[in-house]
Design a protein around this ligand. Structure first.
Ligand code: FES
Ligand code: FES
Length: 399
């Protein structure tokens, strides 16, 4: 589709409980609209590359990088910025805890830290043991991490039944992750609503966002490994964060999967279909399609194969063409590829265990930690590149 870059489009949003409509060009980012058009300068902008997390806001109740979203992608969405979290005379418990624990120095990262920590506490995945990693999606250049983590842990301890919702007059959809089902609010996407699940799986014809091609040696004999792959309920039990919710017949299944990138958590619901299964060559082809309530969607063509290896074990192969769109596509090919490969590593280890024991695997690594590890890896690489660029530009200016 051709879009005129100089054209303007009207976008209607609910920001901190207020309906607003702005005319923007297609390339205007959400962070620019919030800061320059709506005067909500509490949303800070640091890297503008999705790395530093300063611009984190809640979109339909979940954390996103406002610098990576075009405003036109947010039509009909409900946004909460740090201004909506609490007010000077009515601070949110997180804001009070940040003040109490001296969790800010220059304060530049504070809005991002507050919104990310709110998302973490409201998302139901809080774990004090992994808090430093879970908060690693926002960088503090003053390195005031100890106070920040102490503040978040304090609020988690004092609100064991869930962190209070933002103070602003936000639509009920935004607080749905904290307590029971909210009523529908007209004109606002309901963040608790299940995403639309299509009846048929359609795979885009264009190039995939990410391709995965991995193999791993397993100790278990090939027949035991194939027995796991051929039994869909055992196979799904080996996928980190996935569960099957319905057998639709004809090798079609409904299910869900949770994927988390630092404090950003995506809950996909969708369909999978075993399109081919050849017991003689121990090969299978699976189509999968899922969507999350925040507008992310993914389709994948996955091929799995098990071959005997000379040592009596098995070589497990997986290659996949993965198509990503929406919020999940923000994270870029390298990071999404890294996440997919790490998930496969965990899957392969689980298949080995299931083949050896004949039972569902006891997964010791949650999908959250898996992905956070990947995010750390990605951040380190990007951090080094950023540093190299800054050093280069400083050198150029001084010459
Ligand atoms: S400004 Fe958006 S992540 Fe850095
Ligand atoms: S307090 Fe200065 S960047 Fe975090």
């Amino acid at each position: 589709m051709f879009v005129d870059a100089d054209a303007t489009a009207e976008v209607s949003l609910t920001v901190n409980g207020r309906a607003v409509t702005v005319a923007v060009s297609p390339r205007t980012t959400l962070s620019d609209v919030l800061r320059d058009r709506l005067g909500l300068t509490g949303t800070h902008v640091g890297c503008e590359h999705g790395v530093c997390g300063m611009c984190t806001v809640l979109l339909d109740g979940e954390a996103v990088r406002a610098c990576l979203l075009f405003a036109v992608q947010c039509e009909g969405a409900a946004l909460t910025t740090v201004e909506g979290l609490g007010a000077v005379d009515d601070q949110h418990p997180l804001q009070q805890a940040f003040a109490h624990h001296h969790a800010l120095q220059c304060g530049f990262c504070t809005p991002g830290m507050l919104m990310s920590s709110y998302d973490l506490l409201a998302g139901g995945t809080y774990d004090e043991a992994t808090l430093p990693e879970d908060m690693s999606g926002v960088l503090c250049r003053c390195t005031g991490y100890r106070g920040i983590l102490a503040a978040v842990a304090d609020v988690a301890r004092t609100h064991p039944d869930g962190v209070p919702p933002p103070r602003a007059a936000v639509p009920p959809a935004l607080v749905g992750r904290v307590s029971g089902a909210p009523p529908q609010t007209s004109g606002v996407r309901d963040a608790t609503r299940s995403p639309e699940i299509p009846a048929e799986i359609t795979v885009p014809s264009g190039p995939p966002t990410v391709t995965v091609d991995v193999r791993r040696g397993l100790a278990s004999p090939v027949d035991d490994v194939w027995a796991v792959l051929a039994d869909v309920s055992r196979l799904v039990a080996c996928l980190p964060g996935a569960e099957m919710t319905e057998d639709l017949g004809d090798d079609r299944y409904r299910g869900r999967a949770v994927v988390a990138l630092g404090p950003v958590s995506l809950r996909f619901e969708g369909l999978a279909q075993v399109e081919e299964r050849d017991a003689a060559s121990r090969r299978m082809r699976v189509l999968a399609q899922g969507a999350d309530r925040g507008g992310s969607s993914t389709q994948a063509v996955i091929r799995l194969a098990a071959d005997p290896s000379p040592d009596g074990g098995t070589t497990l192969w997986a290659d996949a063409d993965v198509h990503l769109s929406g919020r999940v596509a923000q994270f870029g090919r390298a990071l999404a590829g890294d996440v997919s490969r790490r998930m496969f590593e965990q899957f392969a280890a689980n298949v080995d265990e299931a083949a050896r024991t004949g039972e569902a695997p006891r997964s010791t690594t949650s999908p959250l930690r898996l992905v956070v590890t990947a995010l750390f890896g990605g951040l380190r690489v990007r951090g080094r590149r950023l540093l190299a660029r800054i050093t280069r530009s400083a050198r150029d200016t001084s010459q």
